[in-house]
Design a protein around this ligand. Sequence first.
Ligand code: ATP
Length: 235
Amino acid sequence: LSATPLLSLDDVHAHYGKSHVLQGVSLQVREGELVTLLGRNGAGKTTTLKAIAGVVPATRGQLHFGGQPLQRMATHQVAQRGVCLVPEHRGIFKLLTVEENLLLAQRKKSPWQLPDVYRIFPRLQERRLNGGGQLSGGEQQMLAIGRALMNAPRLLMLDEPVEGLAPVIVEEIVAQLKTIKAAGVTILLVEQNLEVCTQLADRHYIIEQGCIVHEAYNAEFLRDEAVKDRYLGVG
Ligand code: ATP
């Protein structure tokens, strides 16, 4: 892990109209790390990802990616720098085939080309000629992640990738994310399924009412029933 973080947020605030949703989020993600952002419903997890991606403007604070400031940058400029958000609702094209969806996202210089994506997601290869709209929820999620990879991400941000999926599919996606992490992709993960988070992550941040209230390495977090109980209501 390099010393300078790939992503760094310092006292980031964000509003929806008058509603002050992020109230000083500070966090870092180092190159090659998998970091989760945990918290109860409405705590500000999705908004944090959106602020990083430039979808929601930061009204105060600093965001840096690869040492460069991100704030006031348009979404496409942030994306060009390699920040890739896979939103909760996946954003795949239902009328295009799986393969067309992937090829649309392809960047020539991406280390992830079609065969690489098919190696990780054999189901996508099997379904390559099917329409995006004919896929199961898990397959749609795989396609959304596959598309993000073809886009050459330096930072992959995933918003609840296993929400609503059957346990056997969750396991499959966890294994795939492990492979993607092992290939060196830096990942910031928002996920309610703690088991998934602790299987994958190097570190965790907990957000509550728009503020980071706790930070821990995975081994430490796993032992800390009090923290899980207090902030996540699971213990
Ligand atoms: P969840 O798991 O429920 O998605 P979250 O931690 O991702 O929770 P956010 O989606 O970031 O939370 O929402 C933080 C707060 O901002 C919530 O109170 C939510 O109701 C509010 N909010 C989210 N999106 C909007 C919006 N477009 N307009 C107004 N308020 C919003």
